[in-house]
Design a protein. Structure first.
Length: 478
């Protein structure tokens, strides 16, 4: 499945260093092209359970979803994982920053849930059914503090900033096209007698916040929670002037999806009272170390980098014709990009080669990261050569190579033989060979005469392949 390469990539982002990813049970998460989805009739929770997956669209920014040091993160993303675990459903996430398109996809039954920083309004209630609120926020004016604001006292600073909404008369304010900010500003302009120059632009609100911070524009509007997060790493910003009353932020389901809404509401009611929600909220909205992430070279939305080894991975991946991001996902899975990592079994380095394999490729624990990556990719090439004539579909072959890299070529060949013997396709991984690899932990099968390499605990490899591929799909959105 492929992600729409035309997604709006938010250049400005920040978020909070600690994240709760390790606290959550992970289910399979797949990404697909939101503009290429086929219309599927999934009316409500019963039908969704029959499909076995919850289809969600979220946005790519500092609140909903982003990647930091190779790991997918985000307030909405983490909550969606929790919800999918509660519903015992696979989570299928699309990423699209176009509000209009997301509402259209929901209306056409192409997604089941919009999980974004959606403000609840009367107009939107006519289009969708909102869940219980996730939080409250206000629309605020984003403006830049004056030069030398650091040495001003509070009275001097306040006299400089716009605090009275009447002062917006004659000012140019930029807002995201089609957003609730535009309609609110139009109402405000009427309330103050006109004169606010409202510029609607096809740009996500966080991008506009960045432009204010850099001095490219003077005023913009965003939600207060977004503004407060951004102000932690752009201290020259002020977001203290509200232009609306407090408003609820919620998720949206289709009108008529009553049982889905009811189930989500029940879960939200309990979850929002939990310590896990409090920790999650604090990590994203109250942590004062946001600037550390924003300024990191490995904060993908601002730097475009997944790791410090990207250039080496790109260069070496060309040798075998693989997308470098698959290799990056493997390295994250193996070592979290730590060249000094050593496993309990003795595997070492970025690509966690076992000592015997490493020796065959001329590397040791003291070898450079570049040599470690080169050796790991050479081993991948060796595995590719073993499978090439038998598994001609490249995407399928990659899964078999990943599995073999993790658990050994011999065990995968055992699983293929079992699959073929019992009527499954030995050249298809998902739902075929992966299932027979799992059965190799059962005496009936690991004692089968077809099996040459005996017992193996296949669940780690089963998860390994899925997690590497899923993370690769995340990386393709960045």
């Amino acid at each position: 499945m492929k992600i729409n390469n035309k997604l709006v990539i938010v250049l400005l982002v920040t978020l909070l260093p600690g994240i709760l990813g390790s606290c959550f049970r992970n289910r399979e998460i797949r990404f697909r092209d939101v503009t290429a989805m086929k219309s599927e009739k999934v009316a409500d929770l019963e039908e969704i359970r029959e499909e076995g997956k919850l289809r969600v669209v979220t946005e790519y920014n500092s609140i909903s979803y982003f990647i930091y040091r190779g790991q997918p993160m985000g307030f909405q993303y983490q909550m969606l994982q929790e919800l999918a675990n509660h519903l015992e459903l696979e989570l299928e996430v699309d990423v699209n920053n176009n509000l209009k398109e997301n509402f259209e996809h929901l209306a056409r039954n192409e997604v089941d849930l919009i999980a974004m920083n959606l403000t609840v309004t009367g107009d939107r209630k006519d289009q969708v059914n909102f869940t219980l609120p996730l939080l409250q926020t206000r629309q605020v004016l984003v403006q830049r503090k004056p030069r030398n604001w650091e040495v001003m006292n509070s009275r001097q600073l306040e006299s400089w900033l716009l605090r009275n909404q009447l002062e917006l008369t004659g000012k140019t304010v930029y807002v995201q096209e089609g957003s609730v900010y535009a309609s609110r500003l139009r109402s405000l302009s009427d309330e103050v007698g006109g004169g606010i120059d409202i510029r609607e632009v096809p740009m996500e609100s966080e991008q506009l916040v960045q432009r204010v911070a850099l001095g490219e524009i003077d005023y913009a509007v965003c939600d207060e929670n977004v503004g407060l997060v951004n102000a932690t790493y752009f201290p020259q910003l002020d977001v203290g002037t509200a232009i609306s009353f407090p408003q609820h932020v919620a998720w949206a389901v289709r009108n008529g999806a009553d049982s889905l809404k009811s189930e989500i509401d029940d879960w939200l009611y309990q979850y929002k009272k939990s310590r896990r929600y409090a920790l999650l909220y604090n990590k994203y909205f109250r942590n004062q170390h946001s600037a550390n992430i924003f300024n990191s070279d490995y904060y993908v939305l601002s730097s475009g980098k997944i790791s410090q080894y990207d250039e080496i991975i790109k260069r070496e991946s060309k040798r075998i014709g693989w997308d470098w991001r698959i290799i990056a996902s493997m390295i994250f899975q193996e070592s979290r990009f730590n060249p000094e990592a050593v496993s309990w079994a003795g595997a070492f380095g970025l690509m966690q080669l076992m000592p015997g394999t490493a020796k065959n490729y001329g590397v040791s624990m003291s070898s450079s990261p570049e040599d470690q990556i080169r050796a790991g990719i050479s081993f991948i090439q060796w595995l590719d050569d073993r499978f090439r004539d038998e598994i001609t579909d490249e995407e399928e072959r990659i899964k078999f190579i990943l599995a073999s890299y993790n658990i050994g070529y011999g065990h995968i060949q055992d699983a293929r033989r079992l699959a073929e013997h019992y009527g499954a396709d030995p050249n298809i991984w998902h739902g075929n060979v992966e299932d027979w690899l799992l059965k190799k932990s059962e005496p009936r099968y690991y004692n089968d005469q077809l099996v040459k390499y005996g017992y193996v605990r296949g669940i780690e490899t089963y998860n390994y392949v899925r997690q590497v591929i899923d993370r690769y799909e995340h990386y393709k959105t960045s």
